[in-house]
Design a protein around this ligand. Structure first.
Ligand code: AMP
Ligand code: MG
Length: 388
């Protein structure tokens, strides 16, 4: 049995040979950059107007309007002192313009422009290079591309990006009692739900399950299922069959496939019978079968491994500290991840903490962490991870 910290260190410190690929820009949301991105030119690339209004030459209160420049115009207008041009947001400002005055502060009579106030030098001109300068690092290797990153990369004129690949993930559920939803079931059987929860969680974080199979509680069938799956996957997630029951064959079946154990059993609740192993550059998590345990182990342990595999530098969901809305004492015999709800009023620990209970997790949005025996007064800070 290892501690939570030892288990997390094991996950986060794995040496992983990641793969890189060049992908078209519309497909890279959520991928991590595998190289730094440098600015190929200044941003903005030319002085341009921040307003709809008038570009002015010299600082006066009255000008002669000599023309117009719209966004996208490429012409070069030359202004003399006392000249103004009608200009629009994003349009190229003439080289010798002193300022731009927003149209709301002007009056026009014929070709004469009157300003309500004196202009200030450089006012409402977005200067070439004000945001980024040519050659400057814009985004760092490992940066996970969010929607703004895609906009930024596109504004640099790039239509492809070099990123770390994401792992090919397979899932195997085990259990004689499991029936797929939509099928009739008999007394003694239950509906298979973990694959739906785990695949949903994968999708939530930008991953997907490439292949899923269900096996019976049978050593040979489990071993064969793992063998087939590991012919092509990078990460294998199993559910169930990893505890100490007479029908739990997953650990033996993994050994039979040459998977090396990295840890088995974590001093925590839920999710004690969690297994993590590897075979060369392939990783295996065997999650406990209880629905809340398997999903909790996914958020705490599987996610950071998938992120590391994908080249992320920040691993796992961040911890937040928020005030607890009520007293709480951890009466479980292990450090615990508790189903909780985080709102602007603070954190509430929900009823229904059993490992098999998933409704509380569906209604909550967070996992709160409490040490063994830890006691809280109302208003004490509690550590939480937001899971949805
Ligand atoms: P196990 O870890 O195989 O002993 O399973 C522990 C508990 O989780 C048992 O009550 C199982 O019926 C249940 N369980 C196992 N796998 C699943 C699954 N895929 N979906 C829903 N419940 C499951
Ligand atoms: Mg089972």
């Amino acid at each position: 049995m290892v501690s939570i910290e030892e288990a997390l260190n094991s996950v986060q410190n794995q040496e992983i040979t990641s793969k890189v690929e060049v992908k078209p820009l519309p497909e890279v949301l959520g991928f991590a950059l595998s190289e730094n991105i440098m600015a190929p030119f200044d941003m903005p690339a030319f002085d341009n107007s921040a307003m709809d209004g008038y570009a002015l030459c010299g600082l006066h209160k009255e000008y002669k309007i000599i023309g117009e420049i719209a966004a996208g115009d490429t012409k070069n207008l030359y202004l003399k002192d006392g000249d103004a041009v009608r200009i629009f947001t994003g349009a190229k400002v003439p080289a010798n313009a002193s300022a731009v005055m927003m149209q709301e502060k002007t009056k026009v009579e014929g070709v004469t422009l009157f300003l309500d106030e004196m202009p200030k030098a450089g006012q409402s001109i977005r200067k070439k290079g004000a945001e980024l300068q040519k050659g400057q690092q814009v985004l760092q290797k490992g940066h996970v591309l969010n929607p703004s990153s895609l906009g930024l990369v596109a504004s640099l004129g790039m239509d492809k990006v070099k990123v770390f690949s994401k792992p090919r993930i397979h899932m195997i559920t085990t259990g004689n009692e499991l029936v797929k939803p939509g099928q009739p079931k008999q007394e003694g059987q239950i509906y298979e739900s973990n694959s739906f929860a785990i695949e949903g969680a994968l999708e939530q974080f930008g991953f997907n399950c490439a292949q899923q199979q269900q096996v019976k509680d049978d050593f040979e069938e489990t071993k064969k299922g793992i063998r087939k799956s590991m012919e092509t996957c990078d990460v294998l997630i199993l559910s169930g069959g990893i505890s100490v029951g007479d029908y739990d064959f997953v650990k033996q079946a993994l050994e039979g496939n040459g998977v090396q154990e990295l840890f088995y059993k974590v001093f925590q609740k839920p999710g004690k019978p969690l297994y993590f192993g590897r075979r060369d550059n392939q990783f295996v998590f065997a999650l406990p079968g209880n629905p809340a345990s398997s999903l909790t182990c996914f958020f705490i342990y599987v996610l950071p491994l998938l992120q590391k595999w994908s080249g992320h530098t920040n691993l796992g969901l961040p911890w937040y500290e928020f005030p607890l809305q009520h007293e709480y004492e951890n009466r479980f015999d292990r450090p615990s991840f508790l189903k909780a709800r985080m709102t602007s009023n603070g954190v509430e620990i929900l009823d229904g903490q059993g490992s098999s209970m998933i409704q509380s997790m569906a209604l909550g949005n967070a996992l709160a962490f409490v040490e063994l025996g830890q006691k809280f007064k109302k208003g004490d800070l509690i550590k939480c991870k937001l899971i949805s």
